[in-house]
Write a protein that binds this ligand. Structure first.
Ligand code: ATP
Length: 435
């Protein structure tokens, strides 16, 4: 039984805080809107997502190059990209209660969502990049921005990667990193943050090939959704809502409790970015085809994946409450390869030194190659509940039989079924389960 939709966000928020997945940013100072910190378990989940993405889209392919570019760049980068001129959302204020909204997200004719007043300000553009200063002088010459997307760092290094690796077209550059946007209305936990992480790819193709590779990436994004067990809904973005340089964009939406909204995106960016950086930097950004002696400005397909929205979608999809022997259990049915811990190891009784010693040995043995947790607090039932709640797929109990024949009990999180496995086969057993 899924928790009631309206309570689901609250359930995720309190479980995250209590069990160490996510903590509200700067909480002891009263918090700061749009910022969340990853706790020990949230970080493990996030690292597992990022590792899987990197393996699937970089390591397992021959046409991809990884990058980790700086968050702060030359300010002209954002003039060339168009962000200085137009990275703004329409802002509207309620004059009565002073609440601020994105004008495109509220129905003005219904009045202020907070106080119902109809006394609104004019709609004006609100610039979303965070300004900062580089160097010791705080004047406009030293002013630049925190990047609002990771993509531009890739375009800046397009020529470097070509010169170092001489890739053949098509090829892609991938990067995982932080992005910063001063959103007008942050909220819904990890959905709309002011500091968040993106996993982005710029895939460079011959101009006439763009449709073929757009389709290929569409398939890849759906395969990624399947690998995570997330149900994605494709929405073709109509021309008036697309960036002017894009001939095609698909949003990959997810059904959050607050409505269906974007999780991932796929955009055809043409040669907009490379042409603009050529114009603004004065450096020719092109690809030289040795075979035909042609200079080509490749066109770009951009699949983009929000890390934090992925974490939110995973928590929402995995969360369940269901009856068990002792009443109701809360369980996070995360895929075994994503869960913060693959297994937890317990001694059946914590006051029997011989069981604790043997359990510690087994735990230490697994720990070198697998993500395992140790738990010896409370009775076995409580430990199962605790591990269910953080999504640990396997719980291993060391009991008196273990001392005799080396077998342990392995309990499956989802079916709650138990089986005996020999400790010598345990690591292989778990590895097979998470493969
Ligand atoms: P939205 O329409 O929701 O503001 P967007 O279309 O501006 O999103 P993109 O610029 O395409 O988003 O960013 C790429 C990805 O980065 C999004 O698909 C999303 O997963 C993630 N993302 C964008 N803005 C945020 C944010 N404020 N908080 C968390 N993730 C975000």
């Amino acid at each position: 039984m899924k928790a009631k939709t309206e309570n689901l966000m609250q359930a995720i928020i309190s479980l995250s805080k209590q069990r160490g997945f996510m903590y509200p940013g700067s909480e002891i100072y009263g918090g700061i809107s749009g910022m969340w910190d990853y706790g020990p378990l949230g970080l493990r989940l996030k690292q597992n997502v990022e590792k899987l993405w990197w393996r699937m889209f970089v390591e397992n392919r021959e046409d991809m190059y990884g990058l980790d570019s700086s968050v702060i760049t030359h300010p002209d980068v954002w003039k060339a990209s168009g962000h200085v001129a137009s990275f703004a959302d329409p802002l509207i204020d309620c004059k009565k209660c002073q609440s601020r909204f994105r004008a495109d997200q509220i129905d003005v004719s219904l009045g202020c969502p907070d106080c119902s007043s109809h006394d609104f300000s004019e709609v004006r553009p609100f610039h979303m990049m965070f300004k900062t200063f580089v160097g010791a002088v705080e004047d406009s010459a030293a002013e630049t921005y925190l990047r609002p997307e990771t993509a531009q760092g890739i375009f800046l290094n397009f020529k470097n990667v070509i010169d170092s690796f001489h890739p053949a077209l098509p090829f892609g550059i991938a990067q995982i990193g932080k992005a910063f946007r001063n959103e007008i209305t942050p909220g819904n936990m990890l959905f709309r943050l002011r500091e968040f992480s993106q996993m982005e790819i710029e895939y460079f193709v011959r101009p006439h090939d763009w449709e073929k590779y757009f389709e290929a990436w569409r398939t890849n994004i759906n395969a990624w959704g399947e690998a995570l067990g997330l149900r994605l809904q494709e929405i073709e973005v109509p021309a008036p809502e697309r960036a002017f340089y894009s001939k095609r964009t698909i949003d990959f939406n997810f059904s959050y409790p607050f409505g269906q909204d974007e999780l991932y995106g796929l955009a055809y960016r043409g040669d907009y970015d490379l042409q603009n950086h050529t114009k603004f930097s004065g450096k020719d950004l092109y690809y030289f085809d040795e075979a035909t002696k042609e200079r080509i400005v490749p066109h770009v397909i951009e699949p983009t994946f929000g890390v934090d929205r992925t974490i939110l979608a995973l928590l929402l999809s995995a969360y369940a409450t269901e009856p068990d022997k002792e009443g109701t259990r809360t369980v996070l049915k995360l895929k075994p390869n994503l869960a913060p811990y693959t297994a937890a190891v317990f001694p059946l009784l914590s006051n029997k030194p011989e069981l604790v010693l043997r359990a510690r040995e087994i735990y230490q043995g697994l720990k070198s190659s697998l993500a395992v947790a140790w738990d010896d607090i409370g009775n076995i039932g409580k430990r199962y509940r605790r591990q269910d709640e953080i999504g640990t797929p396997y719980a291993i109990t060391v009991d008196f039989e273990t001392l005799e024949d080396g077998s342990v009990t392995v309990r499956d999180r989802d079916s709650m079924q138990q089986e005996r496995v020999n400790e010598t086969e345990l690591a292989e057993y778990l590895r097979t389960k998470i493969a």
